[in-house]
Design a protein around this ligand. Structure first.
Ligand code: PLP
Length: 368
């Protein structure tokens, strides 16, 4: 086959190790690899989308998003995060992924250092590289939380620090003290904080605190995807100091035009409607977290109880990880999330309790 030419910046980035898992496993496989809710989108949200289709609200929308959604997102920030944003500080995107992409494209110059935790969410390094930046991992401490002192050292001269709490892949939730310290220290030194809060509602004992409460130069990235079980609808947003919005909008305007109109109307229903489904999902995730954690600790694994998101990050050693995957327990090796945790595996508990029990039992048989 003829080999075509393509750009170095694309060549230098690997395919996501996780996407492959969408197809993984035989008939007997138990898939704990995928980071998406196994719940259905609540009905009132679907009905709003159906109404938008019926009423012909299917054309392009304003590039930055429909006014009623930008307004609803501001109300959400006031209600849930104790933050006062105006609609001109909100840019609606095709999921949190696009919001992260826009921020990198609009803020990162060639050679700029972009920090995020290692292990961390797979997109940060790739998007920083596409933008010409230099991705750099910040280590975690033994409890899987950010090593704040080390992070401060690395922040000298950096352009961005992407903070992700609750964290994918570790399930750690950072404390208010750590978040405040990172934001204040970074902002004092010209480091913009990008706060990825897509798992904010899935926190079990602690409280989620938004980074934007502690500094002016903070861009919040969030999405309807995880909160409302809407991953395929592709609606997210960024909230930022107002001068960032037109710059991010340029990239969005030319690359995307707007988020899907129908999904935006559905998202208005999500943010303004009944929130009880979110609480129900959180309680179910909590029960699954306990089931999985207690099961794994019962097998002898030693790690902190995950505090948020729907992931457990488990130190099991590379051999057992490989054996588990071969035996049909689909988990993601830590190497997919950076360089520092190759002996860990990420378990997603966005799957049934039955699947989690079967997975623990199957791993148990591999250890006999
Ligand atoms: C930490 C984190 N940020 C952002 C995203 C992107 O979410 P979306 O589906 O809204 O693009 C994900 C999805 O897995 C994630 O885990």
């Amino acid at each position: 086959m003829k080999e075509h030419r393509y750009a170095d910046r694309v060549r230098s980035v690997e395919m996501s190790g996780i996407r492959k898992l969408f197809e993984a496993g035989g008939p007997d496989a138990i898939n704990l690899g995928i980071g998406q809710p196994d719940f259905d989108t609540p009905d009132h949200i679907k009905m709003a989308a159906i109404a938008a289709i019926r009423e012909g609200r299917t054309g392009y929308t304003p590039n930055a998003g429909i006014p009623e959604l930008r307004e609803a997102i501001c109300e959400k920030f006031a209600r849930e995060n104790d933050l006062a944003y105006r609609p001109d500080q909100i840019l609606v995107t095709a999921g949190g992924s696009e919001a992260l992409h826009l921020v990198m494209e609009a803020l990162v110059d060639p050679g700029d250092r972009v920090l995020f935790t290692d292990p961390g969410f797979v997109s940060y390094a790739a998007l920083a590289t596409f933008a010409g930046g230099k991705p750099e991992g910040v280590p975690l401490d033994t409890t899987l939380h950010i090593d704040v002192e080390r992070a401060k050292e690395l922040m000298e001269g950096a352009r961005l620090f992407v903070l992700n709490t609750p964290s994918n892949p570790t399930g750690a939730v950072e404390s208010e003290e750590s978040i405040r310290a990172l934001v204040e220290y970074g902002n004092d030194r010209g480091v913009t904080i990008v706060s990825d809060e897509v798992y904010e509602h899935f926190v079990y004992e602690k409280k989620h605190v938004s980074a934007a409460r502690f500094g002016e130069d903070v861009i919040t990235v969030n999405a309807a995807s995880k909160t409302y079980a809407m991953t395929g609808w592709r609606v997210g947003y960024l909230a930022a100091p107002e001068d960032y919005i037109p710059e991010c909008l340029k990239v969005h305007q030319y690359a995307q035009a707007c988020a899907t109109s129908i999904s935006q109307y559905a998202a208005v229903a999500a943010y303004t409607g009944d929130q009880s489904a979110v609480a129900r999902m959180r309680e179910e995730y909590r029960a699954r977290r306990d089931l999985l954690y207690d099961g794994l600790v019962g097998l002898g694994f030693d790690f902190p109880r995950p505090e948020g998101a729907f992931y457990a990050f488990v130190p099991m050693g590379r051999t057992l990880i490989e054996k588990a995957i071969e035996a049909g327990v689909v988990i993601v090796p830590g190497g997919a999330f950076g360089t520092r945790a190759p002996d860990y595996a990420r378990f997603s508990y966005a799957t049934s309790r039955e699947n989690l029990s079967r997975a623990v039992a199957r791993i148990g048989t591999l250890m006999e």
